[in-house]
Design a protein around this ligand. Sequence first.
Ligand code: FES
Ligand SMILES: [Fe+2]
Length: 420
Amino acid sequence: MTTLAENELMTLVEGEAPMGRLMRANYWLPFGLSDQLVHGQAPMPVRLLGQNYVAFRAEDGRVGFLDELCPHRRASLLLARAEGNGLRCIYHGWKMDVSGCVVECPNQAVRAEQFAASVPVVHFPVHECGGLAWVWLGGTDAPAFPELPFADEDLYRYWCVSRVPCNWLQGIEGTIDSAHVGLLHQTWIAEAAKMAEHSNLTMALDQPPRYETQSTPYGLRAAALRKTAEGQTYVRITEHLMPLVTITPVGRSMPRAGSVFVLSPMDDTHHLLFFGYFGDTAHSAKPPTEICMQDAEYQPDPRDYTGVRGDRWTAWGQDRALMAAGHFTGFGRSLLEEDAVIQSSMGPIIDRSKEHLSSSDVAVATARQMLLDALSAAGSGELPPGSALAAEGARLPNALEVVVPEGERWEDAALDQVTA
Ligand code: FES
Ligand SMILES: [Fe+2]
């Protein structure tokens, strides 16, 4: 049964909800791909926690992140000109720089410099890491950024980003619910398995696993356990950095590779979905064609592979002819389309009081409990798991696949690999 507290998990915006406060005060939030921020191009529209912002790359390489509306008379700075290290509003020509200062206000006749210096500009610090741009909305000095396994300089990465029309927690729950992968995504998995580097995938997914979870200082480790023919245990470990990052393994032969989901709450009923691959080889920087090749007419935007379209009146664009031809779901644009559609189909905010969780939902249930615990801990002044304020020097371990001999614990095997 959903409690009042569980409903608090989803709501970020209304009335400065507790989850919104927790998110704002403890976590860096991703808002764009670093390479989408190019000096001289139009400012990037951003919506986070129910507020609108603009982001831009200054001439000196820094990223500015400002309230969308001009501090003069509130024209949108999405329309602004990119000039040097700032944005110039096209209404009366005020210029705001990357560090959040008004540096010119040509319509101020007297003491323009002092006047400009007295005008506050709502702005926030940005940190670029692992190919993404993250912002600190906490209103305090920005804390150190945690070390993420996909951020090492020498790795190759691919990223895409989509806007998904449902609550952020529906998306996050999808990333740690590995029970759906072999079912919902079975057509894509079969395609991917034909490629050598994914040869473990079908072996891993062709039988229903038993799930175990472990809480960690940064969030949650979820293990999917399957017996092999030789009596060993095949373990796929998903790492979840609470509350927005989930890393899943892509193969035992690639210990420094993985696939990553990073979500960011735009408002209560929309989130950004960043999906990426990382690894040691240049292949990891290529668009993942194996998850996007079924719809011959669809020309995917390599930066937005999800391709969500339509609504319940059009069954979100589901292609029944494709299903008749053998595709399990009829969503031939991409694997991510299946995720985004299925999560949006629940409605903008799911009514969890009407769910009936089964044994494979253990990771989802654990993650919800951790968020509830984090809310009550924050209420008594403690830092929640994964808080950037406590993350100095911390490194999130990569997701792993391991085979554990009979009689040994997967937790020990995972630890060996993490510390090796
Ligand atoms: S509204 Fe921007 S300069 Fe006047
Ligand atoms: Fe999925």
